[in-house]
Design a protein around this ligand. Structure first.
Ligand code: ADP
Length: 315
């Protein structure tokens, strides 16, 4: 980082994260839905939909231990499994959450390492841990002093961390004046895209194989129309009816819940500080970089932003 202000802003944000803990990120009161690994996969879907959640910590009640996180990626793996082993389709409603790791192995997916951190540790360390693994969320697991038993306090996501930074560091984020292009922030080559008429299954396979959580949907002139996100599959397989996956991306996007946050775009000339303003005000999970004609240029994911803020050299 050449610019002095920019370096100072980044340093201040890092110092901020070093003196805050996992506990600081949470409101005084919040709910956490933890699912038992004996639960049927299909039932877990309904619970996610009814509670408007897209991930949940898993609990193994046989060992009384935390057993990882359930996310949209797991459902994508299940779908991929049936594409590879259609003869297994009849067993669909018998699979439990405890089978997810076997499904992952069967399709040859690289398992997402679940690192958990103690909520009393500095947030800075939790973030670095998250960036080192492919994890997009980190469970905060504490130990009860008296019984020595583990319990899951909550889960922090990249989204929550960036929001927490944005809300508490307005004076620092204004210092981040370099643009998306100057920072080379995000991905601009070989961007995975699809069209409204593409089959949902193709898009899911693309996300599983490339290990990405979204695919921009463009028209024939490369204009951005929408973004298909990993979480968009959940309403498609509601009730365990996988037939709907035969449909197009356009049909699948119609099933989005009404309160879904929508898509956010930015230009290559936007400053990182301006992106933090958007994060402060809105439910942003990624930004699609477009030009003046709304043509797709690239993607800036939350992990791209977090990696720059935490890992770029400042001296
Ligand atoms: P996150 O890690 O924040 O959940 P992603 O999994 O979508 O976000 O992104 C992981 C990496 O892949 C990022 O560096 C991002 O720029 C890149 N990426 C995201 N979507 C695509 C895509 N459709 N095509 C190519 N690269 C992508």
């Amino acid at each position: 980082v050449a610019d002095k202000d920019e370096a100072q802003g980044l340093k201040n944000i890092r110092d901020f994260l070093k003196v805050r803990t996992g506990y600081d990120v949470f409101p005084l009161s919040f709910r956490l839905i933890v699912l038992d690994t004996d639960l049927l996969i299909n039932k877990s879907l309904n619970i996610m939909i009814q509670n408007s959640i897209v991930s949940a910590p898993l609990w193994d009640s046989h060992t009384s231990r935390f057993a990882g996180l359930l996310t949209a990626t797991d459902y994508m793996n299940v779908i991929q499994y049936y594409c590879q082993f259609p003869e297994e389709m009849s067993k669909l409603d018998q699979f439990r959450l405890s089978s997810l790791r076997d499904i992952e192995k069967a399709i040859g997916a690289v398992p997402i390492e679940t690192i958990s951190v103690n909520p009393l540790l500095p947030l800075y360390d939790a973030c670095k841990g998250m960036l080192k693994t492919r994890a997009r969320r980190i469970p905060l697991v504490d130990k009860d002093d008296e019984t020595g038993r583990e319990w899951v306090v909550s889960v922090i996501t990249q989204y929550r961390i960036l929001k927490f930074i944005a809300v508490n560091n307005e004076h620092n984020t204004v210092l981040l004046k370099r643009t998306v292009r100057e920072l080379n922030l995000g991905t601009y080559t070989n961007v995975a895209t699809a069209q409204m008429t593409s089959p949902v299954l193709d898009v899911i396979q693309m996300m599983v194989h490339r290990n990405i959580s979204c695919v921009p949907i463009i028209d024939k002139d490369n204009r951005l129309l929408n973004v298909f996100e990993a979480v968009d599959i959940i309403p498609c397989i509601k009730g365990g009816v996988y037939e709907e996956l035969a449909g197009s991306v356009g049909d699948a996007l119609l099933r989005r819940p009404e309160d879904s946050p929508g898509i956010y775009t930015c230009s290559e000339h936007d400053r990182l500080g301006a992106i933090f303003d958007t994060v402060r005000k809105s439910r942003v999970h990624r930004l699609v970089v477009v030009d003046d004609e709304n043509k797709l240029k690239g993607i800036v994911s939350l992990s791209d932003i977090l990696a720059y803020v935490l890992l770029s050299p400042v001296d």
